[in-house]
Design a protein. Structure first.
Length: 280
């Protein structure tokens, strides 16, 4: 997969209007990211039936929230709703997609073929899977485009997605279900690690507040170290482990039969299967 880097102010020269359908946690994070990268609020239109206070506040900055009037010159439509809502939402979006409009979906499981069937023939479509660290600009998104996406539209999609973190492009859409299982759902696995690490500390005798702080800071710090280090995860693990030491004793359990590797493989398989089921 090729990594795409985008300049911070790359949205400053955005032409046309941008419609966001679904301004929940992920959509809201993208909206904030676009504004931070220089996209004019006057070019942003957001549709969200239950907008949070933070989204309502953006209306005071010029973002059009749930406008009744038709929107002209739509350069891109970003669909950021739950996949279960996809059939109804995409049908509603279809009339707003002009011949030069890019439709960018971040719905889990919903394929390019599903979107193409619901949208006008020839619509340029990008399917993407971000993750929740997008809320702090540290997300990672994997994207795949259909054959109608031009080089200009591919760059536009990359710029929009890069507002919340790193972007990776793939040419094989078949990878997207596993991508969803690993990075899309992955933050939840890390949060569970911190949760269970803290609980184990409590059971070992630590006060809950201290155990929670230790677990939180350890997971966050180890993640930052891994991001900054040129070493792979296995080498970093080995560097922390002394023969016959406390870490080795714990890893004998975690890496033993039925341990973390086995459980993670089963978990990723289950999430991948569910992503395929969501495709309908």
């Amino acid at each position: 997969m090729a990594r795409r880097k985008v300049e911070r102010n790359s949205l400053g020269k955005f032409h046309g209007n941008l419609i966001l359908v679904g301004a929940g946690k992920m959509g809201g994070a993208m909206l904030e990211g676009w504004l931070a990268r220089g996209l004019s609020a006057r070019k942003l239109v957001a549709f969200e039936p239950q907008p949070a206070k933070s989204i309502k506040a953006l209306g005071k900055r010029g973002v059009r929230l749930n406008p009744a009037r038709a929107i002209a010159d739509v350069a891109a439509i970003v669909v950021a709703v739950k996949p279960q809502s996809a059939p109804e939402v995409v049908r509603a979006v279809a009339p707003r997609a002009g011949k030069n409009t890019l439709v960018l979906s971040i719905m889990a499981g919903r394929t390019l073929a599903f979107l193409e069937r619901a949208l006008p023939p020839g619509t340029a479509v990008v399917r993407a899977m971000p993750n929740t660290p997008a809320a702090i600009g540290r997300g990672i998104t994997v994207a795949v485009a259909n054959k109608k996406v031009s080089a200009r539209q591919r760059k536009l999609a990359g710029d929009l997605l890069a507002a919340t973190g790193t972007v990776q492009w793939v040419s094989d859409e078949g990878l997207m279900d596993a991508v969803t299982a690993v990075s899309g759902s992955g933050p939840a696995y890390v949060f569970l690690l911190a949760e269970t690490l803290a609980q184990a500390g409590v059971e070992a005798g630590l006060p809950r507040a201290l155990a929670t702080r230790l677990a939180r800071e350890t997971v966050a710090g180890a993640g930052e170290l891994m991001l900054r280090s040129p070493l792979d995860a296995a080498t970093l693990r080995q560097n922390v482990t002394s023969a016959g030491g406390t870490t080795a004793a714990a890893l004998d359990v975690l890496m033993g039969p039925g341990g973390l590797a086995t459980l993670m493989t089963k978990a990723i398989a289950a999430a991948t299967k569910r992503s395929r089921e969501l495709a309908g």
